[in-house]
Design a protein. Structure first.
Length: 63
């Protein structure tokens, strides 16, 4: 009886672990996608700022 209990506990633990692992991979994929989109947006914004700066400096005759 005790062996059966231990075995069942092990099976349940393994199952919950796989479920957690699956959830974790899904969340990491989601986070990765979010990070990539945020990074792209950030790069676009910084690029705009850089061009504005360059344009402003050109207007002032520094560059």
């Amino acid at each position: 009886m005790l062996y059966l209990q231990i075995y069942m506990t092990g099976v349940l633990m393994a199952h919950s672990y796989t479920v957690l692992q699956h959830r974790f991979t899904m969340s990491t994929k989601l986070l990765n996608a979010m990070y990539i989109s945020i990074n792209r947006q950030f790069k676009r914004e910084t690029g705009k700022i850089m061009t504005y700066k360059r344009f402003g400096l050109m207007k002032l005759g520094i560059l």
